[in-house]
Design a protein around this ligand. Structure first.
Ligand code: PAF
Length: 304
């Protein structure tokens, strides 16, 4: 579908609702791309996909304090509104919703979304307690504010994607969740706003994470069915660079996020590791059902 307007920045919920009411009444399809800004090609791929599929593209830019732990990087999270505005306009955003913290949380919320431990008790949820409750709360607020027909999320945050899909089912949000492939640098590093924290030396080492995941994926595609064998090999690969401090390497069912006794169906091989002060995450989603076995991976760009 064609782009309808040039980019407009809106900072209040009431203005945004007024801006979208007419479009909704006219039967236009509204797409939402939720972000915390400091855009990279991963975000831009979500925007371009929304541009192709929707009449009106809304991008939210909000660094959500509720999803950061006390010792995490809320204050130093990279921010550059002017750069983001230019990139968003070029990629086809119609409305950039950029509320202040006081607009989204005029008071400390007494009502939040609580995600069940079955989904948050492993992977990133284990080392970031409360993180996914914060994500689910802000995303549900954005869904109520924007009332999008479609919302776009990256597979790089696979646990987040699974949790939001489940929240939409559990709470009957009338929105279609679209998961989009991870976008990678040419050397394989998954794009992330936090990559900016890496020193030049750390940046050189960082792609090892994806190489280790590819090694694990190859084992699975070659018939390995023991999850522990795959996890051990991936850990061993990452340990080649002693600078990494592994948070987790896990293999779970996707999108259920449950541990596996035997590798079968669609699985998520995911890793989180610290390089200096930076926590990197990455994953591959592998479909080993008969129809998935012939299909290429879901990543964009990048060489292992
Ligand atoms: O993935 C992100 O950038 C954030 O978790 C999201 C979905 C925008 C919620 O703050």
């Amino acid at each position: 579908m064609n782009k309808t307007t040039s980019l407009e920045v809106i900072t209040t919920i009431s203005q945004l609702r007024r801006r979208l009411a007419g479009e909704r009444a006219a039967g236009k399809c509204i797409g939402l791309v939720p972000t915390m800004g400091y855009l990279h090609d991963g975000h831009l791929s979500l925007i371009r996909r929304a541009r192709q599929e929707c009449d009106v593209v809304v991008m939210s830019l909000f660094v959500n304090p509720l999803q950061f732990g006390a010792n995490e990087d809320f204050d130093r999270y990279p921010r550059d509104l002017e750069r983001d505005r230019a990139l968003a306009a070029e990629a086809g955003v119609d409305v950039l919703f950029h509320p202040a913290v006081e607009e989204m949380y005029p008071q400390k919320p007494s009502t939040t979304v609580r995600v069940h431990e079955a989904l948050t008790g492993r992977l990133c949820g284990r080392s970031r307690p409360g993180h996914f409750d914060g994500v689910a709360t802000v995303v549900s607020k954005l869904f109520h504010i924007v009332e999008p027909h479609r919302a776009y999320f990256g597979q790089k945050d696979a646990q987040q994607l699974a949790i939001i899909q489940r929240m939409v089912e559990d709470l009957n949000f009338p929105v279609q969740i679209i998961g989009c492939p991870t976008v990678r640098e040419p050397d394989g590093l998954a794009m992330s706003s936090r990559n900016v924290y890496l020193s030049p030396e750390e940046r050189k080492i960082a792609p090892l994470l994806y190489r280790a995941l590819c090694h694990g994926e190859a084992m699975i595609r070659n018939g390995e069915t023991d999850p522990e064998a795959v996890v051990a090999q991936v850990r061993q690969q990452i340990a080649q660079a002693p600078q990494f401090r592994i948070d987790y390497v896990e293999l779970v069912s996707f999108p259920q996020l449950q541990p596996l006794e035997t590798i079968r169906g669609t699985v998520l091989l995911a890793v989180a590791a610290w390089l200096g002060q930076t926590r990197l995450i990455d994953n591959v989603i592998i479909d080993i059902t008969p129809q998935g076995l012939d299909e290429p991976g879901t990543d964009e760009e990048g060489e292992p």
